[in-house]
Write a protein that binds this ligand. Structure first.
Ligand code: GLN
Length: 401
């Protein structure tokens, strides 16, 4: 019997669940699902524990604990020099994934066109589909100098003509920067072009900026700060990546009062409110977290370098990520040595044969062919974990001699 409703049946089980299960079955080093294998900061955990002890156990306010909304508004002002009203312009959600779903359901009518870049984070397509959107994809292409055994620092790129065709007649564009899975950080030029087209074609912008604090020498530009964009942008982000607390599921949406009403119209019926004590912990993170974030960025800078160099030495073609904690690499040469073909087969074989798990990016493309030569590795892991993965991956070379 087909128990899954037609609107969700095409999406199956997420690749993260599938690959983590495979990693566990083979006791593989999990460089697939993006989560740190170390804990978030103690002072944030203490603040949440104190809140539980103090009996903060009932529903939070629907659109966020007043203290967290204020902390987020103050943070936004310090980052953008734009003042937002904490009560009408900030909405706390259960992670950014809920914020994306609430935004889609809150602003998109059935049949509206939504533009997104491929590869895309898997929930975008599913939540746009739940809202009944018609989806148009614009392809982010790997740098032209990507080749086996090398690390390229050139960026992913897209065709501006393709973008304008997609945006003509669209209701909204979803922009994820820094971008998962490519590690691309949209440049100011690219975002100015997107902003120009939003104004020209009267398109709303929805941005997913959950990796905003994880950039490596590249400026993170917030689309909402470009001229005319604060009126038409819904900026989404979360606590999880910045504070290594992915399981806390604290996210938020910052936008105009009108657009906030639309997001809340859905949010109130999806989760109603987000876990009270964790919101209290989040206040501590937002207000006192800058040292933690600086140390985390330093750690990931090292991890990025180590994993990129290791992968290139094994024969992968590596795109040096400008942000996030993921590396996209071309596996063609390595697959050939292993006697497998395509990203899905490569990622199914890797845990069993070499004890390392990765993500096959074809699931993030509308046209899976585009993802076939590629593989995504996460480097948000302890140095010893990355070294263990490197040792195991080196046996690929030994095995193919
Ligand atoms: N965002 C994380 C990743 O891309 C995982 C999210 C999830 O497991 N759903 O790996």
């Amino acid at each position: 019997m087909n128990t899954v409703a037609a609107r969700l049946a095409p999406f199956g089980t997420t690749i993260f669940t599938e690959m983590t299960r495979l990693a566990q079955r083979h006791s593989a080093v999990n460089l697939a699902q993006g989560f740190p294998d170390f804990d978030g900061p103690d002072f944030v955990k203490e603040a949440a524990i104190d809140a539980i002890r103090a009996g903060r156990s009932q529903y939070a306010r629907m659109f966020g604990d007043p203290g967290l909304n204020s902390a987020l508004a103050a943070r936004w002002e310090s980052l953008t020099a734009q003042r937002v009203d904490p009560d009408t312009q900030v909405t706390v959600t259960s992670g950014c994934t809920e914020a994306i779903a609430a935004t889609m359901l809150g602003v998109i009518n059935p049949g509206d066109r939504v533009v997104m870049f491929e590869p895309f984070y898997d929930s975008y397509r599913a939540s746009a589909a739940m809202a009944g959107a018609e989806i148009r994809f614009v392809t982010l292409c790997p740098p032209v100098d990507l080749c086996a055994g090398h690390v390229t620092t050139a960026p992913f790129w897209f065709d501006m003509g393709e973008l304008e065709r997609a945006m003509t007649g669209a209701r909204a564009i979803l922009v994820n920067t820094p971008h998962n899975p490519t590690g691309h950080v949209f440049s100011r030029d690219e975002l100015e072009r997107i902003a120009f087209l939003c104004a020209k074609h009267n398109v709303l912008a929805i941005t997913d900026e959950v990796y905003e604090d994880l950039t490596y020498g590249h400026e993170h530009v917030r689309l909402a700060t470009l001229p005319g964009m604060s009126e038409r942008t819904i900026t989404l982000s979360s606590l999880g990546k910045t504070f290594s607390l992915t399981g806390w599921k604290i996210g938020w949406a910052i936008t105009t009062p009108d657009l906030s009403r639309a997001v809340r119209a859905a949010h109130q019926f999806l989760t109603f409110a987000t876990a009270t004590p964790l919101q209290v912990g989040a206040i501590a993170a937002i207000e006192r977290g800058s040292d933690y974030v600086a140390a985390l960025r330093a750690r990931f800078t090292q991890g990025r370098e180590f994993l990129a160099t290791t992968l290139a030495s094994l024969g992968f073609g590596v795109v040096m990520p400008r942000g996030t904690y993921f590396i996209m690499a071309d596996h063609t040469e390595v697959s050939r040595r292993m006697g497998v073909a395509g990203d899905v087969e490569f990622c199914r074989e890797l845990p069993a044969r070499f004890g390392v798990a990765a993500i096959p990016p074809s699931v993030f493309y509308d046209n899976p062919q585009h993802g076939r030569p590629l593989v995504r590795f996460a480097f948000c892991k302890k140095q010893e974990t990355l070294e263990e993965a490197a040792t195991r991956l080196r046996s690929i070379i030994a095995a193919s001699r």
